[in-house]
Design a protein around this ligand. Structure first.
Ligand SMILES: Nc1ncnc2c1ncn2[C@@H]1O[C@H](COP(=O)(O)OP(=O)(O)O)[C@@H](O)[C@H]1O
Ligand SMILES: [Mg+2]
Length: 232
């Protein structure tokens, strides 16, 4: 679970711990996917890095949170806290087919397995829907040697949270595909260098950035085997 923290800019953030079991790759996925989504015009709350001094753990009463803080000194990920938000429920909230299609297209591109109706990772607040929690996307980065096999892998949208909204995926492809290359380059540049350092098989953080870019650019440039056909 993320922590709720107030940073020295006096704003509240949902904080994802760099020392959590999912590790820094989950944070890389959050930043790359989140920044990509925002550049495509999707409603992703602002992402920031939060520098955590582990000495703060001393005043944390909960033992588990304390351990997490101790393990998470340095650069963590913060997502702007959306106050007064509800967790999305497909039976209670209406989403336009256009937006639903765009979210589904985005999830298919990044291979996001965490947008099911059971666990939508969508918030509803003033101003509408917000997309959160992209840490389980881009799974190819857990096994770079086999990453090429992911490029055309179909996205399984069978449980997707927005299926009931009759997502217009074809319109989304037309709208978003032309924007995606530039958006990707911008998003990849936002990944903090410390989370890319010492990646086995790569000489430098920039080499890892290039690999993410190549991987997603190839998915975009190729046939739409990865894009499910669900339309209203
Ligand atoms: N930016 C945010 N604003 C408000 N609530 C949030 C925010 N991020 C997460 N939450 C709340 O915390 C829950 C867990 O966050 P999430 O990012 O999905 O982490 P995980 O599922 O990996 O534990 C969400 O379902 C939501 O209720
Ligand atoms: Mg979640």
């Amino acid at each position: 679970m993320p922590g709720l923290v107030e940073a020295d800019d006096h704003r509240l953030y949902a904080l994802k711990w760099v020392g959590a079991a999912q590790g820094r790759k989950a944070l890389v996925a959050e930043v790359l996917a989140g920044e990509l989504g925002r550049r495509l015009g999707l409603p992703v709350p602002e992402l920031v890095t939060v520098d955590l001094d582990p000495v703060l753990a001393r005043s944390e009463p909960d033992q588990q949170v304390q351990d997490q803080m101790r393990a998470s000194g340095g650069t963590n990920l913060g997502m702007a806290f959306v106050s007064g938000a509800f967790n999305f429920d497909p039976l209670c909230f209406e989403v336009e087919p256009e937006l639903a299609g765009q979210v589904l297209w985005f999830d298919a591109l990044i291979g996001n397995v965490d947008r099911s109706w059971r666990n939508p990772n969508l918030l509803v607040a003033t101003g509408g829907l917000r997309l959160i929690d992209h840490g389980a996307s881009l799974i190819f980065h857990h096994h770079w040697a086999g990453a090429a096999g992911w490029i055309r892998r179909p996205y399984d949208a069978g449980d997707h949270a927005l299926l009931r909204a009759r997502p217009d995926v074809a319109a989304a492809d037309k709208l978003l595909a032309p924007l995606a290359e530039e958006a990707l380059a911008g998003a990849v540049a936002q990944i903090p260098e410390v989370w890319l350092a010492d990646e086995p098989g790569f000489d430098s953080p920039d080499a890892v950035r290039a690999a993410y870019l190549d991987q997603l650019t190839a998915r975009l440039a190729g046939p739409r085997d990865w894009l499910p056909e669900v339309s209203g």
